[in-house]
Design a protein around this ligand. Structure first.
Ligand SMILES: NC(=O)c1ccc[n+]([C@@H]2O[C@H](COP(=O)([O-])OP(=O)(O)OC[C@H]3O[C@@H](n4cnc5c(N)ncnc54)[C@H](OP(=O)(O)O)[C@@H]3O)[C@@H](O)[C@H]2O)c1
Length: 356
């Protein structure tokens, strides 16, 4: 039995790509099924989702249902999170939200435990999980940022279709089969065919032509890292089922050697340096670590570091990061010897957000 996690945990959006991964991670941590609540839309009530060696039923979300849980991991779209978080908070549930709903709210900590776990010390009741590409970029570069000052980042992403949810995986499979059979393949989830194709990230564009995904990386990184580092991202969807890849160029304040960069990456948590072979999304699939390879220093500029990164965005980029947050919060829970501390100003009180 795992006691590194809260006693009763609700997974909201348990039938989706992130929710199913959250359940798989809880099962790996030997959390017994009777401590889990699985919730989804009314469409799924009455069905079940796999859990450990069995299944758990999908329950209906009602105001009363929250009272049975200490913590809820929200794996739903932003609009649904905005609707469901206030009643959960009012019922005293700690909410860890995977959507973009609260990420830039100054009252809500945006946390990657390897970078800013100290924001959890005050036991916030609502914590936002960053965007998957943001988590992967920042976790990969954190060991470099801590030892060498980074002045600018240029990023190209190669994002798996599962970043757009379960339906997108079905679309890639259907279109691949159809293409091999020379049948028409109309896109439903994406604006373009995703099989045998690549295209700019499908999210809406702002007045500068940046996609929402690119804007999230810029804005969320500015909130998470203590000093803002300019980032120029280009986000691209590729016909990969699962695990995002990133080509990262980091311009540093001082020259760096490849040995120095590799040493910093080798001793860092959550990343695995690969020197004998190159990381691929298939290798990263189902793994907790962020795989980093092709560490190079630009021969024309010894301050420019180049990395190739592959990581499972459903794990460290979403469900795993959320569960790590739950584990940190659980470690910080009040005990009889350590009475409840007053919330610090940056943490939302359940009531301030309960009314949003
Ligand atoms: N996919 C990723 O790699 C990734 C990474 C980081 C963050 N995220 C974020 O995580 C969230 C979930 O993404 P996903 O990829 O898992 O999406 P998904 O596969 O499309 O799953 C969506 C989930 O939300 C549930 N849902 C939809 N409407 C609902 C409602 N009205 N009430 C309750 N539940 C509802 C769905 O339940 P039904 O099955 O009943 O419809 C399903 O369980 C999104 O905010 C996404 O941006 C995703």
């Amino acid at each position: 039995m795992s006691d590194s996690l809260p006693h009763r945990i609700a997974i909201v959006g348990a039938t989706g790509a992130v929710g199913l991964e959250a359940l798989a991670i809880l099962a790996e941590r030997a959390v017994s099924a009777d401590r889990i609540g699985a919730f989804a839309s009314p469409r799924s009530v009455g069905t079940t989702v796999p859990y450990a060696d069995g299944h758990v039923p999908i329950q209906q979300i009602t105001p009363d249902a929250w009272h049975a849980f200490d913590t809820a991991i929200f794996c739903v779209d932003a609009q649904t999170s905005r609707r469901l978080a206030p009643p959960a908070l009012r019922a005293g549930v700690t909410v860890i939200d995977n959507s973009s709903a609260f990420r830039l709210d100054p009252r809500v900590p945006l946390v990657v435990p390897e970078i800013n776990a100290e924001l959890l010390d005050d036991r916030p009741t609502l914590v936002a999980n960053p965007n998957c590409s943001t988590i992967l970029l920042l976790t990969a570069l954190e060991p470099i940022r801590r030892s060498f000052s980074i002045e600018r980042i240029t990023l190209s992403t190669y994002q798996a279709v599962s970043g757009a949810g379960l339906e997108a995986i079905a679309e890639l499979r259907d279109q691949t089969r159809a293409a091999l059979d020379a049948k028409p393949r109309a896109p439903r989830v994406f604006p373009h065919p995703c099989a045998f194709n690549v295209f700019p990230h499908e999210s809406p564009r702002d007045e500068h032509g940046y996609t929402q995904e690119e804007r999230k990386i810029i804005d969320e990184s500015a909130k998470i890292w203590p000093a803002e580092i300019p980032i120029s991202p280009t986000c691209v969807r590729v016909p990969v089922e699962r695990a995002h890849s990133q080509a990262i160029v980091a311009d540093l304040a001082e020259p760096i050697t490849r040995e120095q960069a590799e040493h910093a990456l080798r001793i860092a948590p959550a990343v695995r340096l690969m020197t004998d072979s190159d990381p691929t999304p298939l290798q990263a699939t189902g793994k907790d670590d962020i795989l980093i390879g092709r560490v190079r220093i630009d021969p024309t500029d010894p301050r420019r570091l180049l990395l190739w990164v592959c990581a499972d965005q459903l794990r460290k980029g979403a469900a795993l990061n959320a569960i790590q947050i739950a584990e940190h919060l659980h470690r910080n829970r009040p005990t009889a010897a350590q009475p409840d501390r007053p919330a610090m100003p940056r943490n939302p009180s359940p009531h301030s957000l309960a009314s949003t």
